[in-house]
Structures are given as structure tokens and as C-alpha cells.
Ligand binder design. Structure first.
Ligand code: BTN
Length: 245
């Protein structure tokens, strides 16, 4: 038996959104829920997250901590990459800040939401959606999406993937919250995020920066170096791989 960080877990047969469920229900700390049938998944920036019954895994966990949510996003990303490595899937990487890619295709997205009370973060909910048994036809409407099945040609047992993810996540959360081992996590995260040879385009509303990823700081800030050697620090927005620039 491994050291389980979570005090409680719930499997839901069907739910609109696992993040909504944790947000609206009053649960104690260190709680994890999951479903194979999410009907109204939400993505970042009010986008929808598309799920297919028994093909996608939707997981949300709740942490009551003052830690910057970026670290929790980071532990979720590292945990999924551990699971992918155990399935012998190579070339997975973290597209700052919230996506897991395999080569140039998105496999998984993370949505972090904070619930505030008295001007303080009361709890943080991290939701992760993973495309597992989807075929090419399922994902055709989505730009650049992939699944574990598409990458390996093998169907997976969703429960087994969930269990593997939870085990890895427990390990990383113990490193983060109990051992405060920020360095270990940051270094691993940087190793998997710094695709320094790739040119990127950062977009936030009308602001656009072209350059190379230079660093990720302790508070999750991304440092971009432009062609004229200027350094820009950004904390939100989207990073796209820039094929033309
Ligand atoms: C994104 O790529 O924009 C983030 C997608 C996050 C989807 C997950 S699935 C589990 C949790 N519940 C939701 O409604 N959204 C997140």
C-alpha cells in the first residue's frame, strides 16, 4: 500500500462537471473525485471541455492550502506524465501552464479554480481531463487533440489509469505540501516544459510576444526571451507553438 495523500475519494457515475461538484459541495480537505461520464465539462476561459462517455477521465481534487495554485497544477501535470511514461508513451511535455501534449497534440487540460472567503483563498479545486480511449473520429472537431488510444493503438482501462494517476499525484502532493520540496518539483517541471529549441507565440488578449521559453520562476511566472534578447515575464495567457516565426 502506498502513502495515500487523499483522505477520501468518490466515484461518480455521471456528473455535469467534477469541478462544479467540488465547488458547490462542502467537502473536507484532500478530497478527490472522478467520473468516466462528465456531461458538461468546463475548460479555461469559459471554453467547453468535450468528454465522451467511457472514453475520457475527468478528475477533480480539493486542497485547502495557501500554496499558489500553479504548484498544484504542476503536480497534476507531472503525475500524468509519470503515468504516460509507465505506458511507454514518449514525447509528452507540459505546455505552460495547464496542458499536457504528446508531440504537437493536446492530450489533457487542467482547470484550476479558487474559492475565496474574506479576501483569502479558502480552497483550490484542480480539475484534469484526459483523453483516453477516443478515436480519431471523436476528436476530429477539435483542433490538435489526441488520446492515449490514438497514440498507442491500445484501449485502456479507465479505472487503472485513474488509480495510477492518483498514486503519482499522492507522491507529488506529499513532496509539495508535506516536504515542501519545491526545488525537486520545479526542476522536474522545467525539464518537461522547457522546449527551448521551439519558438513560441504568447497571446493574452491583444498582447502577443514571439520568442523562446527562457525560464519558469518559483511563482509559476513564465520568462520569454525575444529575438532581440529582451526578457518578458508573464503569468497568464496562452502559449502556442509558433511554426511560422
Ligand atoms: C482546458 O484545457 O481548458 C482545461 C480543461 C479542464 C477539464 C477538466 S475535466 C475535470 C474538470 N471538470 C471540469 O468541468 N473541467 C475540468
Amino acid at each position: 500500500m502506498y502513502n495515500d495523500f487523499f483522505k477520501k475519494e468518490i466515484y461518480l457515475k455521471k456528473i455535469d462537471s467534477t469541478n462544479n461538484y467540488l465547488k458547490l459541495t462542502s467537502f473536507e480537505d484532500n478530497f478527490i473525485i472522478y467520473t468516466f461520464n462528465q456531461t458538461k465539462g468546463r475548460g479555461r476561459r469559459n471554453r467547453e471541455w468535450l468528454d465522451f462517455k467511457n472514453k475520457n477521465l475527468a478528475i477533480s481534487f480539493l486542497i485547502r492550502s495557501t500554496i499558489d495554485p500553479i504548484w498544484l497544477i504542476c503536480t497534476a501535470s507531472l503525475s500524468l506524465i509519470d503515468v504516460l511514461n509507465s505506458l511507454n508513451i514518449k514525447n509528452s511535455w507540459i505546455k505552460w501552464p495547464n496542458d499536457i501534449y504528446i508531440n504537437d497534440k493536446k492530450l489533457s487540460g487542467i482547470l484550476a479554480e479558487s474559492v475565496w472567503s474574506d479576501k483569502k483563498i479558502e480552497k483550490v479545486i484542480i480539475g484534469i481531463g484526459i483523453n483516453i480511449n477516443n478515436n480519431i473520429k471523436d476528436l476530429i472537431k477539435l483542433n490538435n487533440a489526441t488520446s492515449i488510444y490514438i497514440e498507442t493503438g491500445k484501449k485502456q482501462n479507465l479505472k487503472t489509469i485513474y488509480k495510477g494517476f492518483k498514486r503519482e499525484l499522492s507522491k507529488w502532493l506529499i513532496e509539495l505540501i508535506e516536504n515542501k520540496n519545491f526545488n525537486l518539483i520545479r526542476n522536474k517541471w522545467k525539464e518537461l516544459s522547457l522546449i527551448s529549441s521551439k519558438k513560441i507565440k504568447w497571446i493574452n488578449g491583444d498582447n502577443i510576444i514571439y520568442g523562446l521559453i527562457n525560464d519558469i520562476k518559483d511563482d509559476g511566472t513564465l520568462v520569454i526571451k525575444t529575438i532581440d534578447d529582451n526578457l518578458y515575464e508573464v503569468k497568464s495567457g496562452d502559449v502556442l507553438l509558433d511554426e511560422v516565426n
